[in-house]
Design a protein around this ligand. Structure first.
Ligand SMILES: [Zn+2]
Length: 285
């Protein structure tokens, strides 16, 4: 019987990283997210599967592992997204019915029943740490070996080239969660996308991410000086950040830019008004 998923590499103690498009974790029968590769888990003992958040690339084969006997746990705020991934697509389109071709692959997934909430966690193998902002219920996990799996709460500096506007529903929460990561005692930090980094290397990436959040805010404040509609604000940020021009990138940007607009509005840095039946945003002097 294999002791850990195929191709997994041991980082510290009993904690393994299972590499994939989405990195997963494994420790002594506890899985943290999944890769997309069912074969890698065949015969591996897995009693519990903890999901960082309700985006389909993080629980792609959870239904298979649950059928094989694992208990699936997710945060209260994200559990519905795991059980019904279509909610993400509906949310993206303001709950109206979207058509199939406009939806991003990342949000389409196989539903998986959730057996319990991270809020009721009682497992010495790891500790869930709330890291909201990418989604409301996003959590990281710190294993007993000092390995912190951060899901999508941290993007390494080298990833920003590829993802110049990472999905975020609440940049204020993203920044606070980066502070939580920086303050968590650990030996390794493992983001879901990218490579594991050592504790010493982590602050540089946290600071870079914080700097990018700041830069996007500054960009918006500048772009909104004479007022822009929501649609224009999305186009402005997308163009200036160098996003690819396609439907998937557009719809992700709509949510993320609205996240920034809401943050700046809440801080009193911009105003919102309706003019000629369009929503406008303008920087306050
Ligand atoms: Zn995600």
């Amino acid at each position: 019987m294999p002791e850990y998923p195929e191709n997994a590499t041991r980082l510290a103690g009993d904690t393994y990283v299972v590499p994939g498009l989405t990195n997963a974790g494994y420790l002594d029968g506890l899985g943290i997210d999944t890769t997309g590769d069912e074969e890698a888990y065949v015969g591996v003992p897995l009693d519990t599967l903890a999901i960082t958040h309700g985006h389909a690339d993080h629980f792609s084969i959870a239904h298979v592992l649950r059928d094989a006997g694992a208990r699936v746990l997710a945060a209260r705020d994200d559990a519905a997204l795991v059980e019904n991934p279509d909610i993400n697509i509906r949310g993206m389109f303001s709950w109206a019915k979207p058509s199939d071709e406009m939806t991003t692959r990342l949000f389409r997934g196989v539903p998986c029943a959730v057996d319990g909430y991270l809020e009721d966690w009682d497992d010495a193998r790891a500790t869930p740490i709330a890291l909201p902002g990418h989604t409301l219920g996003h959590h990281g996990f710190l294993t007993r070996d000092g390995v912190l799996f951060t899901g999508d709460a941290l993007y390494l500096s080298d990833l920003w080239q590829q993802h110049p506007l990472p999905y975020a529903i609440d940049p204020g929460m993203v920044a606070a969660s980066l502070g939580t990561i920086a303050a968590t005692g650990c030996e390794w930090v493992v983001p879901a996308h990218g490579r594991p980094v050592t504790r010493d290397e982590a602050p540089r990436h946290v600071d870079f991410h914080l700097g990018q959040v700041k830069a996007i805010e500054t960009l918006l404040l500048e772009g909104l000086r004479d007022g822009l509609t929501t649609e224009q604000a999305v186009a402005f940020v997308s163009e200036r950040r160098g996003l690819a021009e396609n439907a998937a990138a557009y719809w992700l940007a709509v949510t993320t830019v609205k996240g920034y607009l809401g943050e700046l509005l809440g801080r009193g840095a911009i105003e919102f008004y309706v003019h000629e039946h369009a929503g406008w945003w303008r920087t306050l002097a």
